[in-house]
Design a protein around this ligand. Structure first.
Ligand code: DGT
Ligand code: CA
Length: 574
């Protein structure tokens, strides 16, 4: 999929034009085109081949031509020209609060500043204050902005922040007089990474709640203290904003601060069409508030049903809602099993017995034990001999345990030539086979894609684990043509994993949606190595929801018996 590359180039063109001082409409057109392409669930290259680019919203003949140019040449001549005029690193500066395109241009032209470090140094040496149009105050603000920028560029994985946010909510519920309390923002939408924690409350004594907030032992620094809004920096480095709102505005505030911004803008447009005004206080007809207490009420006032937070991204949910065909998203409590857990047999730290106990606590009825295969020595790959010991061990436990059943599985390594790391006669004995790439990440897109395709076509394989190999904040996906993988999975009735480990979340929301649309079953696995990681299952469900999945799209909603039936069906055994 070239979607991201095309979107990236358009975003950069927009920012470079901005620094140059170009026409705002032109800049906005590139930004919108980038957004449209980034959110596509189809391959932009496919659309180009079918001559359908011009049908995309905001893409006219000119932009369509530019997309084709990027697809054909790997870049855009306009972009190459702009880069000669303005160094790319200056784009980072636009992210610094206090710096706009005009100032960036001056910094570059007068002081030759080309990096954030240069800029920080120049501020400290007071070179900035002397520039025309800058001054002492600006210099100080830029320094503050740099600090914020450094914190901001470290967006945190949802899996790190969500438990923290939930802990804080629990403390505030117990130890302060809150009535309603909720986390809004990207956390409520379950976006894979988040910038900050947005908390909303209602209370008859806001001052007591705010006092409790700043006294939390998790707080490192108080940024602003007030009765309606308090901001703190937590010891983990993340900022938390707590806002007190009126009960009559609760739903409106929740909707507003949950976002996303793009979704809110669309909702506001609908309100305007009806002659209504919508903001964080409510929905207004003239001066009268006609809705605001609940989110349902707010949506209903603009003619929409309630839209689940996970899909509030302006990726078609408004249109679906208007047509009455929003998906009925898979719910968190419909998940019955975890499809990918490592035990002591490979590099997991838990015994099968401990895994059963944990699953029972989490209310699960089945767990697939998928240890690494023999060749993956660094990860304690299971020898064929141990594999059969494990099989007998599982059979024994399944006789004893009625609540939680284990499934005898493997995460078999896809070798560099596309063959699998156990012989077929061994794989045939294993009830559930997920295949995955763990080596040879440097191979070309064609090689990696073909490796995964060979695994998908193998008659004994059920699913592919972490199909793109990305690790959030650490490793980019390996070069893989995910559209092709989805195509082949669809053709062969194989599943693709939503790896729920908080740093993977692979497939991601957009790829999940593309898979779902092609009828590919999704399967959520936590890839647990330490027992508590089984709790990440709900993050996988969140990705499924963000990918518009319904119950029927997710294999984990099957009962143990139904899942075993599916496993056999894939192998034509039933
Ligand atoms: P983040 O924090 O970057 O992970 O993502 P969000 O979505 O939590 O963004 P944040 O914290 O800047 O703002 C929270 C919500 O507030 C956002 O999702 C939508 C709403 N919001 C913020 N600024 C605006 C705005 O200018 N217009 C509208 N309509 N909504 C806004
Ligand atoms: Ca936020």
């Amino acid at each position: 999929m070239k979607n991201k590359e095309v979107a990236d180039i358009f975003n950069k063109v927009a920012a470079l034009l901005d620094i140059k001082g170009d026409n705002p409409y032109r800049i906005r057109a590139y930004q919108r085109a980038a957004q449209t392409i980034e959110a596509l669930t189809t391959d932009v290259e496919e659309l180009a081949k079918q001559g359908k680019l011009e049908r995309l919203p905001g893409i006219g003949p000119d932009l369509a031509g530019k997309i084709r140019e990027i697809l054909n040449t790997g870049t855009l001549s306009l972009y190459e020209e702009l880069k000669k005029e303005i160094p790319l690193v200056l784009l980072n500066f636009l992210e610094i609060p206090g710096l706009g395109p005009k100032k960036v241009k001056v910094l570059y032209e007068k002081l030759g500043i080309k990096s954030v470090e240069d800029l920080e140094k120049a501020c400290k040496e007071h070179k900035i204050a002397k520039l025309p149009g800058f001054g002492w105050k600006t210099e100080e603000n830029i320094l503050k902005g740099i600090k914020l920028f450094k914190e901001k560029t470290g967006r945190k994985p949802l899996g790190e922040v969500l438990p923290l946010a939930e802990e804080i909510m629990e403390i505030l519920k117990k130890e302060s007089p809150v009535e309603n309390i909720a986390v809004a923002g990207s956390i409520r939408r379950r976006k894979e990474t988040v910038k900050d924690i947005d908390v909303l409350i209602t209370s008859v004594s806001p001052e007591k709640v705010m006092k409790k907030v700043v006294e939390l032992s998790l707080v490192d620094e108080v940024i602003a203290f007030g009765e309606t809004k308090t901001s703190v920096r937590l010891k983990t480095g993340i900022q938390m904003d707590v806002r007190v709102v009126e009960p009559d505005s609760w739903g409106a505030a929740l909707a507003y601060f949950t976002g996303s911004k793009a979704h809110n803008i669309r909702v506001r447009e609908l309100a305007l069409e009806k002659g209504l005004k919508i903001n964080e206080y409510g929905v207004f007809k003239g001066e009268t508030r006609i809705a605001g207490k609940t989110e349902e009420e707010v949506y209903a006032s603009v003619g929409l049903p309630f839209i689940p937070p996970e899909i509030r991204e302006d990726r078609g949910e408004i249109e679906s809602a208007l047509h009455g065909n929003l998906p009925k998203l898979v719910s968190y409590d419909e998940i019955q099993g975890d499809a990918h857990v490592h035990s002591k047999y490979s590099d997991g730290t838990a015994s099968l017995e401990e895994i059963i106990a944990k699953a029972e606590k989490l209310g699960l009825s089945w767990v697939a034990i998928c240890d690494h295969s023999q060749g993956l020595k660094v990860a304690g790959g299971v020898s064929v001999e141990d594999l059969f010991k494990k099989k007998r061990h599982i059979e024994e436990l399944n006789k004893r345990s009625s609540k939680v059943k284990l499934i005898f599985g493997t995460e078999v390594d896809i070798l560099s030539d596309g063959t699998l790391d156990y012989p077929d006669e061994v794989l045939a004995e294993i009830d559930f086979v997920i295949a995955a790439i763990h080596t040879g990440f440097q191979q070309s897109e064609e090689q990696i894609t073909n490796r995964i395709i060979s695994a998908l076509k193998h008659p004994l394989v059920h699913a592919i684990a972490h199909p793109t190999g990305r690790v959030i904040g650490e490793r980019e996906p390996y070069a893989v043509n995910i559209s092709k993988i989805i195509e082949v999975a669809s053709q062969y009735g194989k599943a693709l994993e939503i790896n729920a480990y908080y740093k993977r979340l692979d497939l991601n929301d957009i790829n999940v949606r593309a898979a779902k649309e092609k009828g590919v079953p999704l399967i959520i696995g936590t890839d647990t190595h330490f027992i508590d990681q089984m709790e990440y299952l709900s993050l996988g469900t969140a990705v499924a929801r963000r990918g518009w999945c319904e119950k029927k799209d997710v294999l984990n909603t099957l009962s143990y018996e139904e899942f075993i039936y599916w496993l056999k069906k894939v192998r034509n055994q039933v």
